[in-house]
Design a protein around this ligand. Structure first.
Ligand SMILES: NC(=O)c1ccc[n+]([C@@H]2O[C@H](COP(=O)([O-])OP(=O)(O)OC[C@H]3O[C@@H](n4cnc5c(N)ncnc54)[C@H](O)[C@@H]3O)[C@@H](O)[C@H]2O)c1
Ligand SMILES: [Zn+2]
Length: 362
């Protein structure tokens, strides 16, 4: 992928077979530690270890796994993995390979960011979300009881290797979560990309990892995200446009105690935030219709669940449990492919009253 970022991003069916070679080129080290979750390792762990053993017969390599799931993205797992690295004898001259979805990418990335004050990490994303979103941009983190991603570091990977063929074993619901972020990329930055996604959706849903159009569409998403990130690495300004759909989406995820899939929450959030953009006159009428049709074509939900009170969503959005005061900030589109600059701030304050009124109208 030709991206605006400083590290190579490879995306092609069969790229998985080149991981060892890319590690040798981009992050040579005496010791190689693969960090994965048990579910991903069951599919791809042995193949990667065999590949590393064949490519580097004189180097030590090991596979460390943790149970799958967001609940494992903790400081406790970070500490445990760090201790296991030390016990195994890993030192400064170690490269970490993150083999898994966004949970492993964030956690192994944070281990790499902090181990010996930082060792190289090669990201090998195995979910669609991790390919089009989590593995691009250098953010690493763990969750805390107070919230998600509250402790972390910026740590760019030495390389990212994406093989769409690995998505053949991913569940449809997790595949859809990736589709939600890909639709988001089209809506915030590139209407032609959104059109290409819409045209490909039937085959993407039917063939998933084997869909012909998938590698190019992953590349398109990576290009959009990496261009935004390259411009604003530490999220002072334009990087906020990547939060489209996520302000409302995060509020819903929290109210659902993270039992709802991220892509579902983001899909609902993108439709709700399109309505906000129209109601405030930021976007011309019609945006919501397009966004709703797109998420529904991907089989994603578009409406706020009937049993979630608008007041609760508003309160969660402004971070005020009593919802008496405050404003929420939204990155909003002017139209498909174009985000509102909001006087250079890229996000617009919306009062609690307006938010409640807009979200209550149906
Ligand atoms: N760093 C960033 O910029 C960034 C961006 C977006 C999301 N994230 C993070 O990403 C995480 C979510 O990532 P995710 O959706 O990939 O979840 P995940 O890593 O939990 O993976 C989802 C599930 O799919 C399984 N799985 C993964 N790949 C598989 C495959 N190829 N075949 C079969 N099963 C497979 C996993 O075991 C897991 O059960 C969140 O923690 C989020 O905060 C980070
Ligand atoms: Zn997201």
């Amino acid at each position: 992928v030709s991206s605006a970022l400083s590290y190579p991003i490879l995306c092609a069916p069969g790229a998985f077979a080149q991981v060892a070679q890319i590690v040798g080129d981009q992050a040579p080290a005496h010791r190689i530690v693969v960090i994965s979750d048990e579910a991903v390792a069951a599919h791809y762990g042995a193949a990667l270890m065999a590949q590393l053993a064949a490519a580097f017969p004189s180097k030590a390599a090991t596979l460390l796994t943790i149970p799958p799931g967001e609940q494992e993205k903790t400081r406790a797992r970070w500490g445990e993995l760090t201790d296991r690295l030390l016990a195994w004898g890993a030192g400064r001259d170690t490269t970490i390979i993150a083999l898994g979805g966004g949970v492993i990418g964030d956690l192994a990335g944070f281990v790499a960011a902090t181990f010996m004050r930082g060792v190289p990490v090669v990201q090998v994303p195995t979910t669609l979300l991790a390919m089009v979103d989590a593995s691009v941009g250098g953010k690493t983190a763990v969750d805390t009881p107070m919230g998600k991603n509250l402790v972390g570091a910026f740590h760019d990977p030495a390389a990212v290797v994406m093989d769409p063929a690995l998505l053949g074993t991913l569940s449809l619901s997790h595949f859809r979560t990736g589709l939600a972020e890909m639709l988001k990329h089209g809506i915030i930055a590139d209407s032609a990309y959104l059109d290409a996604m819409l045209a490909a959706l039937p085959s993407l849903l039917a063939d998933r990892g084997r869909a012909q159009a998938l590698p190019a569409l992953i590349e398109g998403s990576v290009r959009i995200k990496s261009a935004v990130v390259a411009e604003d690495h530490r999220e002072g300004g334009r990087r906020q446009i990547l939060n489209f759909g996520h302000t409302i989406g995060h509020a819903i995820e929290k109210l659902r105690h993270y039992a709802m899939l991220h892509g579902d929450a983001v899909a609902i959030g993108m439709v709700a935030e399109s309505r906000i953009a129209e109601a405030l006159g930021v976007a011309a009428p019609g945006l919501t219709t397009v966004v709703r049709a797109a998420v529904e074509a991907a089989g994603l939900p578009s409406g706020i669940p009937a049993d979630l009170a608008v007041d609760a969503i508003v309160a969660e959005t402004v971070g005020d449990k009593k919802a008496r005061a405050g404003t929420a900030h939204f990155a909003l589109p002017n139209a498909v492919g174009s985000m509102d600059e909001a006087g250079g701030r890229w996000s617009l304050p919306v009062s609690i009253e307006s938010l409640g009124r807009i979200l209550s109208e149906s």
